[in-house]
Ligand binder design. Sequence first.
Ligand code: F6R
Length: 344
Amino acid sequence: VLDAAFGGSAGGDGAGGTTIAGVAEAIRTYQPRQVILTARGTSDHAALYAAYLTEIRLGIPAGLASPSAITVYGARPAMDGCLVVGVSQSGGSPDLAEVLRVAREQGALTLAVTNAPDSPLAMTAAHHIDICAGHERAVAATKTYTAQLLSLLLLVEAVREPGSVPEGLRRLPDLARTTLDDPTAVELANRYRFADRLVTTGRGYAYPTAREAALKLLETSYLAALAYSGADLLHGPLALADPDVPVLAVVGSGPGGQSMQGVLERLGARGADLVVIGPVLPRSSGASTDGVRAVARLATPDVDERLAPMLDILPLQRLALAVAKARGVDPDAPRGLAKVTSTL
Ligand code: F6R
């Protein structure tokens, strides 16, 4: 992805930039008033991460589109002056291509971020970024999710400051290896073998991780996994938390993690069966998880909050895999999911 960012080639219809740096330059020139992202499933979680990045790092309002407004209701929201981004590993779902086609017709700047340069989505957009993940064999997307996060991070940072690579990024492969070496996630699977409900939570950059973890557990292990931002959890769904319902909380050392402190306390007060995902943080830090009573910790390295989603998802993917195996179901043949799902 780093090669593609600054030297390799990317597709699109040839009208625009062909590297992350080139696309970033086109975005800087266009100066979008808003960024609209469109995606499904796992890719939607990568898009959500990009929305946080766009608002926090670029100060541009960002949000997720509702494809059905365009494809089912025939709406034509005014998208001129907007950057419209389709995120999809396959680039194959017709609704996303249709959103980009309409956006282009309306004068928006369009971008596809996919693992398939020849896909309909890539062909429809003015610009395309190839996430360069290689063939994704798993039906439930895993490595393409990481590559989407990385590509979107590089893009946003390049829009903010041409040529910049976030500090610590090059250490990620080693840190990912260390994270994957930890057997705790696999050990934890036995505890949740018979669980039928589960809640995941996180805030800011960690919220897409909570959503993606819930999706992976749901689609491969068939347990009802609900994801809430730490804030939304306190607006009612906290009622679900009790000693019989596992809660997986993603808590880092940055502002997102710090904002989870009150949530962790409320979960503790309800005697929740709590698992904390993230670095072990000392009591002296603003986001201490040291004093929290948790049944387990899935420890991940303490890195910049923007990089953490690429590491925090790893033990959660492993947990989903191990729970599926412990339940005797095949995570490579999820009963509700195809490699490419077509919706309109
Ligand atoms: C989840 C999963 C699906 C896809 C969704 C979108 O593991 O694989 O939810 O993420 O079908 O697919 P793409 O990214 O190909 O548009």
